[in-house]
Design a protein around this ligand. Structure first.
Ligand SMILES: *Cc1c(COP(=O)(O)O)cnc(C)c1O
Length: 391
């Protein structure tokens, strides 16, 4: 809804890029429009999700969590059970299939903490595609194990030294590569951000989350949920979790974000990476530095459709603190035997906070965007630090 040819969501979105790149992205937009309606393409997408990713994944009733919160019935959408342990693979598979149709044999991608890079390298191995991952030099040092993982999967990881050696710089270099090599190369973007058509394309592939959950909740509860709650980094798992409910006004759409990167709460409209959205800014109007304990949420912008859903009031966004997230991480682990990613623990923390707003008759869906194995060592250290401080 509300997206036209140029990829606007109200006043947000669009494409503010140099002419050469605009040409490449316009072509991508046309190819995407064509294949997303193509039955053969869609069948291959669904089959790959089934055979390789392990979809459909369950909508698990969390009975002990429900009891402990004494509010609505809580259902968990289990993206943590996907191959590679998170929702990112849904989008990666979709875009690689599109790349193949477009005749590309080389995939490039950016990665910050490495999660999108690992998902991309995984699917490239599976489809036999040449894979190059751009990663800020600083990030390659902090995430050495993810660099090794990507290399193990057959990808070439190129450390970017330019600028601050962070994610933003990796994006710039990847875009330059795309402009130079667009005939053979496909740029696989990892979240619902960037210039048109990326936000619409990533939403399309991640919408499988709510396509499944809507069918599952009706089967299990005989009605729609009172709310859907998901964490918002760039916004891909959240927009995928919301998509099939946007036109259902009785369903509250709720996004969780970290206090330390509260783009929705404190951001102002601006242009970032070639599109308009809410952006956290410093006093000079430059993108503000963010820091989140969850590496996947460390971004000063957000997908343009979330900015629009906030502006129109269709979706609500709230922040949770680091302490609340650490508590939720332990709560879901102890109550349900599911260790969530620190990113996903933001959604759990928000569900706990908002539970009193719902009745025992209500059902709410909580997207568990990923599993927490990657975060266990970090949480161990954080809790130990805290204990020592408390003496
Ligand atoms: C990357 C990541 C996120 C944040 O990205 P979105 O595009 O906002 O979904 C959230 N959870 C997990 C597990 C991730 O890996």
């Amino acid at each position: 809804m509300n997206t036209n040819q140029e990829g606007y969501f109200g006043t947000f979105g669009g494409s503010f890029v140099p002419p050469k790149l605009k040409e490449v992205l316009d072509n991508l937009a046309n190819e995407f429009e064509r294949y997303k309606e193509d039955p053969e393409f869609n069948q291959e997408f669904k089959e790959t999700l089934k055979e390789y990713v392990g979809r459909e994944n369950p909508l698990t009733y969390a009975s002990r969590l429900t009891k402990s919160l004494n509010g609505p019935k809580i259902y968990l959408k289990r993206e943590d059970l996907n191959h590679t342990g998170a929702h990112k693979i849904n989008n990666v598979v979709g875009q690689i299939l599109l790349a193949k149709r477009m005749g590309a044999h080389r995939i490039i991608a950016e990665t910050g903490a490495g999660q999108h890079g690992v998902a991309t390298a995984t699917a490239c191995a599976m489809f036999g595609m040449d894979c190059t991952i751009y990663m800020g030099k600083l990030d390659t040092e902090r995430q050495a194990l993810n660099v090794f993982r990507m290399e193990l999967l057959g990808a070439k990881v190129i450390p970017v030294e330019k600028g601050q050696g962070r994610l933003k710089d990796a994006v710039d270099v990847a875009l330059a590569d795309l402009v130079e090599n667009y005939e053979s190369t496909f740029y696989l973007l990892g979240s619902a951000v960037g210039p048109h058509p990326f936000p619409s394309m990533v939403k399309h592939f991640q919408s499988i989350i709510s396509e499944e959950s809507k069918k599952q909740i009706v089967e299990q509860e005989g009605k729609l949920p009172a709310a859907v709650i998901a964490v918002v980094g760039g916004g891909s798992n959240a927009i995928g979790s919301f998509a099939h409910y946007i036109e259902e006004p009785a369903v509250r759409l709720i996004g969780a974000e970290p206090e330390e990167a509260a783009t929705m709460a404190k951001g102002k409209p601006a242009e970032l990476h070639g599109f308009k959205t809410l952006v956290l800014q410093d006093e000079n109007g430059a993108p503000a530095p963010t820091y989140s304990i969850a590496a996947g949420l460390d971004y000063p912008g957000v997908g343009p459709e979330h900015s629009y859903l906030k502006e129109t009031g269709r979706a609500e966004y709230y922040t949770v603190s680091k302490e609340e997230v650490l508590e939720a991480f332990q709560l879901l682990s102890a109550k349900e035997g599911i260790i969530p990613a620190l990113e996903s623990a933001h959604a759990v923390a928000l569900a706990k906070k908002l539970a009193p707003q719902f009745s025992n008759e209500d059902a709410i869906i909580l997207t568990i965007s990923g599993r927490g194995d990657k975060d266990v060592a970090q949480v161990h250290d954080l809790l130990k630090d805290r204990k020592e401080k408390q003496g």
